[in-house]
Design a protein around this ligand. Sequence first.
Ligand code: FUB
Length: 509
Amino acid sequence: MKKVCKMLGLLIIFTTLFSSVCYADNPVVQTLYTADPAPMVYNGTCYLFTGHDEDTIVNNFYTMNDWRCYSSTDMVNWTDHGSPLAATTFSWAKGDAWAGQVIFRNNKFYYYVPVTRKTGGYALGVAVSDSPTGPFTDALGKPLVTNNGGSDIDPTVFIDDNGQAYLYWGNGNLWYVKLNQDMISYSGGIVQVSPKPTSYVEGPWFYKQNNLYYMVYAGMGSNGEDIQYATSTSPTGPWTSKGEIMPSKNSFTNHPGVTDFKGNSYFFYHTGDLPGGGSYHRSVGVEQFKYNGDGTIPTIPITQTGPAQVQYLNPFVKNEAETICWESGIETETCSEGGMDVGFIENGDYIKVKGVDFGTGAASFVARVASATSGGNIELRLDSPTGKLVGTCAVSETGGWQTWSDKSCTISGAEGVHDLYLKFTGGSGYLFNFNWWKFEKSGTPTVVGDLNGDNSVDAADYALMKKYILGLINDFPVDNDIEAGDLNKDGTIDALDCAVFKKLLLGIV
Ligand code: FUB
């Protein structure tokens, strides 16, 4: 995967030098092949669960061992959370981590997936976790649904306004059950949808919008699977077919995932568009769309640019190195400090982070890095891998690939909104690993909690914080709102910061 992305990076640099083509943002993930997208919005973040086509294809068929999780708050920069669930989590499963979906209920996350059974045939399992990023564990120790072993794949789950949850699934035919409140059992029998939506094949995605139920699915198109949809005024049909939304591209299959996020509607799909791509090496893409006035879905073109960014990225808080819009050459891996880090960095590799708001300017940069060799440099460039150099952070040996240390450098000329390129340079071989980064602002350092800028942290600041949480004010008198108000350092100002503030005033923290 590393080599093919590097080739694509070179191709894009070449194209950019000789034309006005922008750097691509689709496919969403370039570090590995992803398929079968399943978005889920939770707590102001869009989580994207995907399947994972392995680099090495076995028996010229889908070779899929685990699922992956990514998240974004701006729909262009995606943070890699690694693998929250694998087929091996199900002791009764043989493999084949095909298309699944996650939903939140009962203060837990439920992951519905198809796998092949050790005893033969496909079945649907359900895994559960307290966190959207996992790890998920098998909720039952046995399949949730075994119906028609050849066709029990691609579960989609939806909870209606009255609390009734539905699980639809199926290849060739479409079935559903009504899930119980516990989400790991169902009542009533398995119902086969008849008639099924026109040319239904697989990959259903079930949801409701403005009192209309939507069944988006992979149908049989003229050149492999296309995405079609049907609607109904009832969660159990009958379904009225509405036609094609998107064809397949460079892959026999396509697979839909639809969600609203921060007031926009998004359509996820997969293609074979990464270098080395194809039917068994797919990659997830995303497009923004608008429903027509009558609730119908327009035809959605597959683009390289993807959606517009919904909010700029704040460089003055800790940002994970694996928060990426586009990359060339790098890979991600599990980090000893938690989450993931960026590894396998070689000379010339880079990470693009889109739409970074430096405001009135950055003065310095700090990176959390580890290196077992002589290290290298992080060049901080604006708007392209060869763009304006605003700082160079030297990374020396730290004593091991997971022995982490902070390295910093001064910054000059980073103001306003830019795409940030973290370009890695150095000798040959792997240079260093990269966990997170952060810029510091020019000027007087912000006092955390001093929201009115009077150089003290007191009840007047707490009152401002409460007004902010209640939506009565949109910012604070100080310039560096986030830095001053984000007391728990999670990148946003919310009720959690208010709680920390209260403890601060009471002298508890
Ligand atoms: O990824 C394996 C299978 O291919 C999925 O379960 C189907 O939806 C199709 O995308």
